[in-house]
Design a protein around this ligand. Sequence first.
Ligand code: ZN
Length: 79
Amino acid sequence: MEKKRSLLHTQKKKSKKCLDPCPVCDKELYFDEHYSKRAGLLDENEEVVGWMCPFCKSEFDFSNRVTYIMPMDNSRGIA
Ligand SMILES: [Zn+2]
């Protein structure tokens, strides 16, 4: 009987990935365990209704559904 030795290298290297990426621009929104970079959106009653990505200015509700996407600016003048 032949002994079979199988070395399984199943350990995956932790790939660098965003913890909380913006669904639109993929920028990292994770700041630390307590805060994110998401900017809160208030309605007229000052109720928080969603959040905005500070990078691409897209707006989302709390189901991460996009409620507003900044239109692509064809005059790339905004710094
Ligand atoms: Zn974004």
